[in-house]
Write a new protein. Structure first.
Length: 94
């Protein structure tokens, strides 16, 4: 059985997680991405903060991303990102 989580609950739980430091913009983008995935596939995603932390990483710039992930620098590999309105992005791991 999976419970439906509202945006407010998602935001509160993610902000209260002591192991992550997502901005509010990133949390909203992740919530929207999960909802869009569920709507397009019919699959339900379990609300599991450690899994979310492992799948979504927030970066202020591509320079910061490449410093953390040097294997992507000049590789020509495409990555999935969620652009944030205030700048930066959320990297979605495969």
């Amino acid at each position: 059985m999976k419970q439906t989580i509202t945006r407010d609950v998602f935001m509160r739980e993610m902000l209260n997680d002591t192991y992550s430091s997502y901005s509010r913009e990133a949390i909203n983008a992740i919530f929207d991405h999960i909802e869009e995935y569920e709507d397009s596939t019919g699959d339900r995603v379990e609300f599991d903060i450690p899994t979310i932390r492992g799948q979504y990483m927030e970066y202020k710039s591509f320079e910061e991303f490449h410093a953390d992930n040097p294997e992507f620098a000049n590789s020509g590999r495409e990555i999935d990102v969620l652009d944030l309105p205030g700048g930066g992005f959320v990297y979605i791991k495969d």
